[in-house]
Design a protein around this ligand. Structure first.
Ligand SMILES: [Zn+2]
Length: 453
């Protein structure tokens, strides 16, 4: 039997919509491409109805469609006729209009754009504004569904994959993420509700040239606040949004020892128990160890000896169980040849071991013992680090006694590093800040799975 006859027979028993629906189960997109607009109209469903169902968007009319080289362009319009101000939603007289396009979700693997002659409205309270459209925000060339997809992918995968799979430039992604975070991040003060234990940290962006201050809720493990800068003033906005009641409810703040955040806490929330994060303490000792090694390299005359000592950096910095045989041999050599440096290495490792194993009962005596040892050895950079530790003794031991677990701070630091590398290439610091909230802020973005209308 001729396929055409089959069509006619089926058509005689089913309504046009049902026929389309039956085919849609195979693939809406493929069917559309194979049949072309005329094929669908032949089945008794208007192409515009078909496309309206396919888009699955409320309050959107479809006026027509055409293929343009490699993409499908669908002409749409809002279901309302009067122009509404995109800022406040009020109607007003139309000033002018011009054709604009919005990239939308692919249809059956084909790039799809919505096209509409958008109007500018003379709003009595906002001035001349572009009109509101149901499929997109006013300052973007992407539909909401497509932006959500970009953000969902940027949350999970690297930038090359996002850019290639979605056929977009990575540079544009930063702004998209800012909009999506604004759309689903809710009221910033909402994120701060019920805060008890927080971690405050600075993160560098763009090769350490620029910084943001990040506040993490240690109980939910979510980023709740991101602000530019790394000084006490960076926290002003946080405490203002938190308000007096929220500030009073704060119990613990885990910070580094640099002083800026300590000052802010002393001024704005003096009742909060300040805790110094073990990883910041360990970094201090790490750096001291490296300084000792570099000092010894500088003093050596023999180039071969210089090279050998330079080559120990990796072995000294990494955790011993992560070393390969070559690096372990270097440590063995060091133990024989350079006792002071080897002991400095042991001090670094024992401090880590203290934090790994200490209990609230043992931390005071363990840390005091460690400080005495470092002092007795008398290696200047380490003595200096020990002095800093001694000056912050209460806050450092509190890290163990108030039960801020390593998993939280370490987990966040690891994740933040991934996010930072992924956000690389964003020009604006606000895009990087939005990326942190997107990936670590517990946002729930709707998945762009469409139900045909
Ligand atoms: Zn307005």
């Amino acid at each position: 039997m001729d396929p055409k006859d089959v069509f006619c027979r089926v058509k005689s028993r089913l309504s046009g919509k049902q026929v389309v629906a039956a085919f849609a189960h195979i693939s809406w997109g493929q069917f559309l491409l194979a049949q072309g607009p005329r094929g669908i109209e032949h089945l008794g469903v208007r192409i515009t109805t078909f496309l309206r169902r396919l888009l699955g968007m409320e309050q959107v009319r479809v006026l027509g469609a055409e293929f343009e080289e490699d993409r499908l362009v669908i002409d749409v319009a809002p279901s309302w006729t009067k122009g509404r101000c995109s800022t406040c939603g009020a109607t007003g007289p139309i000033r002018d209009q011009r054709v604009r396009r919005w990239r939308h979700l692919d249809v059956g693997g084909v790039e799809c754009e919505l096209r509409y002659s958008i109007r500018r409205v003379e709003c009595s309270s906002c001035g001349v504004k572009v009109e509101q459209v149901p499929w997109a925000e006013h300052d973007t060339g992407f539909t909401k569904g497509f932006e959500d997809l970009i953000a969902l992918m940027a949350q999970k995968t690297d930038k090359t994959t996002v850019a290639r799979l979605l056929r977009i430039a990575w540079l544009t992604v930063g702004r998209v993420i800012e909009r999506v975070v604004k759309r689903y991040g809710g009221d910033p003060s909402e994120r701060l509700r019920g805060l008890r234990r927080i971690g405050i940290d600075e993160l560098s962006y763009r090769k350490h040239h620029r910084y943001v201050t990040v506040v993490v809720d240690l109980d939910t493990r979510r980023v709740v606040w991101v602000a530019e800068g790394k000084d006490a003033a960076a926290l002003d906005g946080f405490f203002e949004a938190l308000g007096p009641a929220g500030t009073a409810a704060l119990k613990v703040a885990s910070i580094d020892m640099s002083g800026a955040f300590k000052k802010a806490l002393r001024e704005r929330a003096p009742h909060v128990r300040v805790v110094f994060d073990r990883f910041h303490v360990q970094r201090l000792v790490h750096d001291a160890l490296d300084e000792i090694r570099r000092g010894m390299v500088a003093e050596l005359r023999d180039p071969a000896e210089k090279r050998a000592l330079k080559g120990t950096r990796f072995a000294l910095q990494r955790s011993p169980w992560k070393l390969d045989a070559v690096a372990r041999n270097k440590l063995t050599e060091l133990e024989k040849e350079n006792q002071p440096l080897y002991r400095a290495y042991l001090m670094k490792e024992s401090l880590a071991a203290i934090f790994d194993t200490a209990s609230p009962e043992s931390i005071h005596s363990d840390l005091t013992g460690w400080l005495r040892w470092v002092e007795a050895e008398g290696l200047p950079p380490l003595v200096k680090a020990a002095e800093t530790i001694a000056a912050h003794f209460d806050g450092i031991t509190a890290y163990i006694t108030v039960g801020v677990t390593n998993a939280i701070t370490e987990g966040f630091n690891r994740k933040a590093r991934v996010v930072t590398s992924r956000a690389y290439g964003f020009k604006r610091l606000s895009s990087f800040a939005a990326m942190l909230l997107l990936c670590c802020g517990g946002l729930s973005i709707p998945w762009p799975h469409v139900m045909p209308l």
